[in-house]
Ligand binder design. Structure first.
Ligand SMILES: [Zn+2]
Length: 247
């Protein structure tokens, strides 16, 4: 999730702080000739169609799983979440839906929500308006055809977003859902490291970014859920956080 981390650095959302030189390097790395405007952290927090986190005065956490669906691996995760009685949102990649129709239907039947993670998982900030629009629209339409429900949230692929991607998401009736906790589960090998990162990052109203199809995550989830419940946390659907926004 290097790119996501870089995108967050651009937005000055959290440590490490960004110096202007670093920003230049990021822009170069993303291959952007003339980067479009980004929002400040304050603008982002106030944006009516952006969700970063839930209320900080309640001990809740919302789990989200990106980059699926992944066939049997997704079903393994689903069964684990059901056993743990933990709700979750799945931010799916549109082009992967047709080979996972039954998986998506099972997720919905079991109370999980399917949200929009673009069609092709591209670098959205390098695309023009019509292409960003197509990425969101095509995925929402396919999710609707498969589940009968239109997604409420989108998450920009790779965590890369700017003013234009937010505009296009809004025009497509989607709230851009960001996150507060990104332990980088897909790149880790050590369960203890993942567990420690998850616990360390967790705070009231947190949105936890995990990935579908990662066996290490399955291994750590029961311990993490137990540890957070012991601290008085409840796991809630991401949609519970929507009410605090003007959306
Ligand atoms: Zn992704």
């Amino acid at each position: 999730m290097l790119i996501a981390a870089l995108a967050f650095q651009i937005l000055h959302l959290g440590p490490p702080a960004v110096d202007p030189q670093n920003r230049e390097a990021i822009v170069k790395k993303l291959g952007l000739k003339r980067p479009r405007p980004v929002l400040t952290a304050e603008e982002l927090k106030a944006h009516p169609k952006v969700l970063i986190e839930g209320p900080r005065d309640k001990k809740t956490l919302a789990l989200t799983f990106d980059d699926g669906p992944h066939g049997d691996k997704t079903l393994t995760l689903m069964k684990l979440l059901l056993q743990l009685k933990v709700p979750a949102s799945f931010f799916v990649v549109g082009k992967m839906l047709d080979s996972n129709k039954d998986v998506v239907k099972q997720l919905v039947r079991n109370g999980f929500t399917i949200e929009n993670h673009t069609w092709d998982h591209p670098c959205l900030v390098a695309l023009d308006g019509p292409h960003i629009d197509l990425e969101f629209k095509k995925t929402s339409q396919r999710i609707y055809e498969l589940t009968g429900r239109r997604p409420v949230f989108c998450r920009p692929s790779g965590g890369q977003f700017d003013v234009k991607t937010l505009e296009e998401a809004t025009a497509d009736n989607l709230i851009t859902a960001l996150w507060t906790d990104d332990p980088g589960d897909y790149a880790l090998k050590d369960a203890d490291v993942l567990f420690d990162r998850l616990v360390r990052q967790a705070h009231p109203g947190g949105v936890v970014l995990l990935h579908d199809g990662v066996p290490l995550t399955w291994k750590v989830l029961p311990k993490f859920v137990k540890a957070m419940r012991a601290k008085g946390y409840r796991f809630v659907p991401l949609s519970d956080y929507r009410t605090r926004k003007r959306v």
